[in-house]
Design a protein around this ligand. Sequence first.
Ligand code: BTN
Length: 248
Amino acid sequence: MSVKIWSYKNFLIHEFELLSSTNSYAFELADLRKILDCEVILAHSQDAGKGRQGRSWSSPKGNLYFSLVLRPKISPAKISQISLLAIVALRNAIANLFTRHDPLRLKWPNDLLIEQKKCAGLLLESKLNGNEIEFLVIGIGLNIDSNPENTIFPSTNLKNFGITISPEETLKKILDEFQKSYQNYLDFGFAGVRKSWLNHAYGYLEKITVSFGKERISGIFINLDEDGNLLLQLDEGKVIKVSAADVS
Ligand code: BTN
C-alpha cells in the first residue's frame, strides 16, 4: 500500500491509490494517534466504501473519496453542527464551478444534490472519551466522473454538467472552504452555518416525507434546531424533531 504525503494549507494529506474505506482507515490511524488534527486520508478508489445507515458507497476511480480527521475541543452534542458545516463547505467549494446558475441543494442531513439528484454524501464517525470528543472522522464522497445506477434516490455527477476537475483540485477547494467556515464557527458559533445551510436547503418550508426504516411521516420542514435536528410540522400542527432519517 504505497502512500504519497503532501500538505495543503493547514492540512496534511495521505494519498492512496486504493483503500477499503478512507473512513475506516482514518479511524484506525486516529485511534492509534498516528494521525492528529487536520489530517486527510484520500483514496482514488475504495473497495468497501461506507455510506450512511449501513449502506455501501460505490467508489470507482475518477471520483473524490476522502476523510478529514479533526480533534475539536467542543461538546459531543455539537457533532452534527460540524457535519452540517462540512457539507456547506463542500457546497460552496463546488458552487463556483457552475457558471450559469446554481443548481446545488442540501438534502438533510448530509447530501448534496444537483438538480434534485445526489452527487455527494457525508459520513461522520466519532470517538468520544466521556464528555469529550477524542476525534471526528468526516468522510466525503463526491461523484465527479461517474455515479451509481439504480440508487433509491436518483444520483448524478459533475461531468454530466460539463465540469471536468480532478479529485485533488476539488479536494483543495473543499479544504479552502472548510478552513474558512471552521474558523468562523469556532469564533462565532453555529448561527452562520445554520443560515447558509437553510439558504440552500432542499424542501425547506415545503412538505417533505421522512422515512425511518419502513415508517414514513410527512410534514412541513420548518427549521433546523441548534443540534442540527430537522423540525417537521405535522398536519395537526404538532412539531416533531427528527434526528436520524432519510428525506424524500
Ligand atoms: C452517504 O451515505 O451519503 C454517505 C457517503 C459517504 C461516502 C464517503 S467516501 C469517503 C468516506 N469513506 C467511506 O467509506 N465513506 C465516506
